[in-house]
Design a protein around this ligand. Sequence first.
Ligand SMILES: Nc1ncnc2c1ncn2[C@@H]1O[C@H](COP(=O)(O)OP(=O)(O)O)[C@@H](O)[C@H]1O
Ligand SMILES: [Mg+2]
Length: 263
Amino acid sequence: MELPQTPEQDFLLERQMNSSNVIKKMVAIDDIVYQQTPVITIDRQVLLDNRVVAAIEDDPRADVFRILRTKVLQRMRANNATVLAITSPTKGVGKSFVAVNLAASIAMDSNYSVLLVDMDLRRPSVHQYFGLTPKFGLSDYCLDNKPVAELLINPGIKSLVILPAGKPTKRSSELLSSAKMLAFSEELKCRYPNRIVIIDLPPLLLTDDAMAFMANVDACILVAAEGQTNKEELERSLQLIDKKKYLGTILNKSTENKDDDYY
Ligand SMILES: Nc1ncnc2c1ncn2[C@@H]1O[C@H](COP(=O)(O)OP(=O)(O)O)[C@@H](O)[C@H]1O
Ligand SMILES: [Mg+2]
């Protein structure tokens, strides 16, 4: 198996931006699609402030995501899956928090490169976790034919590329079930065998947005939050997920381990 090239190995152009903590490079990572991908190195403090703990190698809280990564990759390999959806019953339970940290964790220490796609088109937030303000994203691919290659960002973590959602849209369900998205998902599956695609899907119970795309993913993780998600929401959500694709539920914001702020 050929490992993906790193941005450092295949560096095309570098330029310092005005902002003190942002460096922009033009790189190719493992495919022609990535040749235009800018690398924006995110300041450690931004990652800490936004709880992207998995991206900080010496942060003890990254261990939780390393354990999760191992379990998820094992189950995905067993199912021959490469496209993983992260969803939740309702909003605000930490679905994006899990998607971002799991993506960073897999990208930082494995044989895979990771594409993290923000498909929560009504409430996009993946870019916020990295302190980014991208002008365009997935909704611009759907609505205005912007090439995907021009929408990708590498947040300075080896082998991780983000596809932001773009400007929020209420036409989410329509876009996620469009022929363009079907073509996009086929591309995700077939073209890059060594890549894990992590999709931050919308919540399951508020709209039909998540279900509009669910047929296109290979695997699915449900995120619930202690004190926020009730049993009925959990049961209704589990009924919506194809059993063959279901990898498990993550209980986020657990108070069981009081020594730890997060888990
Ligand atoms: N385990 C956690 N501990 C502390 N704060 C968390 C945790 N998980 C998520 N949060 C915070 O909760 C808020 C909602 O999380 P988010 O990932 O945006 O939810 P969702 O994507 O499900 O709407 C964010 O401010 C996030 O930083
Ligand atoms: Mg979210």
